[in-house]
Design a protein around this ligand. Structure first.
Ligand code: R5P
Length: 305
């Protein structure tokens, strides 16, 4: 008998209902609450419907990364106890991914803690949009299915771009820049960034770039404080860039990040809809990545027993 597909959409990611619809899954209800002392609680409302089914849990990890993480772990445990045939998690934004190695002695590798703990909770695979760490992707042997979306983001910015060039703000973002540039057919390059590990301050090593008179599209995975983009934008404007556009998957936009980027000369920003929050601003545009996620999830469900 073919396995039925069910979806559990966590309360922090409303987009998940569309994903469930696109993969043809029945949505299972989940009760979520917070105990008076701050601890989290989840319960699958009709656990008997999970029994023998393939279950896709859809949740994201921003805002309130830690709460989202513990709830995912609890849902994994609940699904194992409910005898789901298999379950995977779609986590468009996987938090803690930037601490993907020991930068200073005494630090943990937080990204591995998150991934390994989700694996231990029984999730067969994690489907993630633009996972930060390419080095961990290869170490994790396909446990994370990385869905790249930089091409979709850049396409939305191309309409009024003149002689566009795509730039990665650091070498780590080069693969995303290359992916978008190759699928659209434009030039790409990268900047040499360093970050002070204590203050978090970003600086760039000047490089000869052919940006004069051109529209630059900076491609990155995360905008947090906006420091990376603001510094890059200032430097590129000094080198004669015509306009700066930003294509970033996860727009955390902490504090005054948006103003900081706009003040540094950024003209337009395209973000993926991977988070549980959005900003409302005329220069910020959200790109829907749910259809691409749905395609990937359908492929996995078709190939996983
Ligand atoms: C770092 O390697 C990431 O890819 C982003 O460039 C970084 O997280 C952006 O952070 P912020 O906006 O605070 O500079």
């Amino acid at each position: 008998m073919a396995c039925l597909v069910k979806a559990i959409v966590a309360g922090n990611y409303g987009e998940g209902y569309r994903l469930a619809g696109e993969i043809g899954a029945e949505t299972l209800g989940v009760v979520e609450k917070v105990f008076p002392d701050g601890e989290q609680y989840v319960r699958i409302s009709e656990p008997e419907k999970a029994k023998g089914s393939k279950v896709v849990v859809v949740s994201t990890m921003y805002p309130m990364q830690d709460q989202a993480f513990i709830k995912l772990l609890m849902l994994g445990d609940a699904l194992a106890r409910s005898q789901a045939a298999m379950y995977l998690a779609v986590i468009p934004y996987l938090a803690y991914s930037r601490q993907d190695k020991v930068f200073m002695p005494g630090e943990p590798v937080s990204a591995l803690i998150v991934v390994n703990t989700l694996k231990a909770a029984g999730f067969r695979k994690l489907v993630v949009v633009d996972f930060h760490s390419s080095s961990l992707l290869s170490q994790l042997n396909d446990y994370i299915v990385n869905v790249m979306v930089s091409d979709l983001l850049v396409k939305t910015l191309m309409s009024d771009a003149e002689r566009p060039v795509i730039l990665a703000p650091d070498k780590g973002a080069l693969e995303r820049a290359r992916f978008a540039a190759n699928s659209i057919g434009v030039d790409y390059d990268y900047l040499v960034k360093s970050r002070d590990r204590v203050t978090g301050e970003v600086s760039y090593t000047p490089r000869e770039l052919r940006v004069a008179g051109r529209d630059v599209i900076i491609v990155d995975d995360i905008v947090s404080t906006g420091g990376t983009i603001a510094e890059a934008s200032r430097m590129l404007m000094k080198q004669g860039a015509r306009r700066i556009h930003v294509a970033t998957s996860h727009g955390l936009l902490v504090g005054n990040a948006l103003t900081r980027m706009l003040d540094a000369g950024v003209r337009r920003i395209a973000l993926a809809n991977t988070l549980g929050v959005r900003v409302d601003h005329p220069l910020v545009e959200y790109v829907d990545v749910v259809p691409r996620l749905a395609t990937v999830v359908k492929e996995i469900l078709g190939s996983e027993p």
